[in-house]
Design a protein around this ligand. Sequence first.
Ligand SMILES: C[S@@+](CC[C@H](N)C(=O)[O-])C[C@H]1O[C@@H](n2cnc3c(N)ncnc32)[C@H](O)[C@@H]1O
Length: 264
Amino acid sequence: MSTEAKHLHDWSATQYLKFKDERTQPARDLLSRVPLQAPKRVVDLGCGPGNSTAVLESRYPNAELKGIDSSPDMIQKARSTLPHLEFTVEDLNTYSPSSPVDLFYSNAVFQWLGKERRIEVIKRLMGTQPSGGAFALQVPDNLDEPSHALMRETAQSGPWATTLETVGRETFQSPQDIYDQLKPLCSEVNIFHTSYYHSLENHEAIIEWVKGTGLRPYLDPLQPQEKTGFLGDYLKRLKEAYPSSVDGRVLLRYPRLFVVAIKN
Ligand SMILES: C[S@@+](CC[C@H](N)C(=O)[O-])C[C@H]1O[C@@H](n2cnc3c(N)ncnc32)[C@H](O)[C@@H]1O
């Protein structure tokens, strides 16, 4: 892929940050379950624009804190927001820390790795941690929600169906699978689940939300006119699936899965 094409398909920090408060709440909830009191080294894996890194900094102001992300746009935004911290462009599939890390923390990232790579990456990184080190991650568990089911339905039923034939995110590993794979390395594997109900301004806001994340792989391959057609069709389906609330807003249910593992 050319640099220009890569850039076109890069994440957009601006689009992502449109729902910063809602996206950052799970980062806080994840961190509240990490039992480490004073980790020396902390790495935010897939730090995005630095919103999750700021949450880490407020709990661990004395830690050596770094963020890594594969998106140059995200890293640029993180550097400009938190210029005193170190941020580098790195791919999690190949990333390896230069010195042992007490806490690996990752909010809303591992669902983007290939299914077969996710546990492998966690195990490889945990293998570099000292005993008592923690690995904490949160991933959306929303593929069966109307917001995502209707994305797939729209993709399958328009003139873009062939172009989008192979697009789609793979389901995440089940809690049982995660537990069974990580427990041999860990003294504790804590898994929990929370459903958030975000009150959004209207149905169009659901599209704005997913445009920053899950809708990207569907829109990226389409021509401008197809994009407009896709979005119109998707919006119609969303309006049928999500009722308007008493105040005219729309409630977006958003289930998320959390894992906090402590190394043996
Ligand atoms: C939904 S954002 C999460 C950002 C932030 N952690 C937060 O809590 O809001 C997902 C991030 O994962 C990054 N990402 C996706 N695949 C990655 C990979 N293979 N290596 C590193 N970062 C990756 C994306 O660039 C994006 O910034």
